[in-house]
Design a protein around this ligand. Structure first.
Ligand SMILES: C[S@@+](CC[C@H](N)C(=O)[O-])C[C@H]1O[C@@H](n2cnc3c(N)ncnc32)[C@H](O)[C@@H]1O
Length: 434
């Protein structure tokens, strides 16, 4: 195919996409007077662009294979809600740009998402294209949401490539959807996926590219919080990439086994996931600090969802752990040559101290987590083992109030988000532990 059909009509759930015609003149003129631009990007300058466009431009676009420009109308009322188009077609490659505009009073009803889903699915199948590209001004949050909800994948940010509404210069996000993405999605049709996304210790730059993609593509993104009106730690990271984070309350600060509050929270969160699937969500992402398989609530949530909905696919995107971040920020080597690394959570009472002491005796690397309430005793154990020198302490890594310092300087109460690395005893110079 090297051209489009100028009389194309496509039906979405709420919209009908159809060619513009002279009957739209009044509505377009009004919209343009109100500062809204429904013209496609390749209207020739000079003359009366509106007249040119309505009389022949729309058909020229399709006939010459340069693009398509369709009216977005409300399926029920028939009213003109906006425009959507495809242009800049490279037929040999099968790639094109697309864009949309919805009139202000019609925004917030999901029309842009419906129109984009409808046009892109057609363009990447019967339309003969392989790739559709969207470019969205940095900060245009509603439009970024439309791209995400329509399954477009974020590819990057073009710096200083757009104008912002105040006349300044802004970056431009590039998104794409491929025919191959749709084929992959179709073959997985019907499967429901819960993905635990590790978002690192706190610094949004420490989320993996895959993590960002899943957060953006997921239909629902859940973040664990301690109270509904308090921002969660994973949430503060996730907000850098998507606006769709929804809070689910967990008893994150409970101690002492499977408390009633803990179990009730796991059940409620799993029920929320299942409800999302029942409402049509294909992918639910659960964001968790650090890595989803290292002391994370994701483990319990996944187990509960599996019990409620046995067919659910459970997946995880690894995240950078607090110990890796502390190693990087303090310049501490976690492991060399034949050394082992022992990670000890200090919430286990006497057994935890026994494990800590025996790990310290080995002379290898020891990492302590969750020692906020027993920090003095932990430091005492390091001193007794002669391992305090060289040990490093990090609190609230990547978050406001971050601290990284030598463990020997540790005094007073320490926050829950604190980690400690006691590096292996390394004698014998370079490569001594090989
Ligand atoms: C429930 S565990 C979560 C571990 C996390 N899933 C990981 O992979 O690092 C909580 C413990 O992780 C450590 N931790 C997590 N994030 C941290 C941060 N930003 N700064 C310091 N320690 C952190 C602390 O030891 C804290 O007590």
């Amino acid at each position: 195919m090297t051209r489009f059909d100028g009389s194309l009509r496509l039906e979405g759930e709420r919209v009908l996409l159809r060619p513009f015609g002279p009957a739209d003149l009044d509505a377009i003129t009004t919209a343009m007077r109100e500062g809204e631009n429904f013209l496609p990007p390749n209207v020739p300058s000079g003359g009366d662009p509106l007249h040119w466009w309505l009389s022949q431009g729309v058909h020229d676009l399709a006939r010459t294979g340069l693009g398509l420009h369709l009216a977005v109308t409300d399926r029920v009322t028939g009213g003109l809600s906006g425009a959507i188009g495809i242009w800049g077609v490279d037929w040999p490659v099968g790639a094109a740009l697309c864009g949309y505009a919805i009139r202000r009073p019609e925004r917030g009803r999901g029309l842009a998402t419906d129109a984009l889903r409808t046009l892109s699915r057609w363009a990447l199948s019967e339309g003969g294209l392989r790739r559709l590209e969207l470019r969205i001004r940095e900060g245009n949050v509603p439009s970024l949401r439309v791209a995400e909800k329509s399954g477009f994948r974020h590819e990057g940010l073009l710096r200083a490539a757009d104008r912002d509404p105040d006349g300044g210069i802004a970056g431009q996000h590039v998104f794409s959807l491929l025919a191959a993405d749709l084929e992959a999605g179709d073959s997985a049709a019907g499967t429901r996926r819960l993905v635990g996304v590790g978002v690192g210790p706190g610094d949004p730059e420490l989320v993996t590219a895959k993590g960002v993609r899943i957060l953006r593509e997921a239909d629902v993104v859940l973040v664990p919080v301690m109270a509904p009106d308090e921002e969660g730690r994973a949430e503060s990271v996730v907000r850098a990439y998507t606006t769709k984070a929804e809070r689910v309350v967990f008893a994150l600060n409970d101690r002492g086994g499977v408390t009633e509050r803990r179990a009730a929270a796991w059940d409620a969160a799993a029920e929320r996931v299942v409800r999302a699937f029942d409402d049509g969500a294909a992918t639910v992402a659960f964001a968790t600090i650090g890595d989803p398989h290292v002391y994370s609530t994701f483990t319990y949530l996944a187990q509960t969802v599996r019990e409620l909905r046995p067919g659910t696919e459970i997946a995880a995107v690894p995240g950078i752990t607090a110990m890796q971040d502390l190693a990087a920020r303090s310049g501490t080597v976690l492991a060399e040559g034949a050394e082992s690394v022992t990670l000890v959570p200090m919430t286990g009472g006497d057994a935890a101290f026994t494990a800590l002491r025996s790990a310290l005796e080995s002379g290898d690397t020891v990492v302590a987590y969750k020692f906020g309430s027993v920090a003095d005793e932990v430091i005492g154990a390091l001193k007794d083992a002669g391992r305090l020198d060289g040990a490093v302490y990090g609190a609230r890594l990547g978050l406001p109030g971050e601290e990284v310092r030598a463990a020997r300087e540790l005094t007073g109460p320490v926050p829950y988000l604190s980690a400690l690395i006691v590096p292996g005893v390394r004698r014998g110079g370079r490569g001594g532990r090989l």
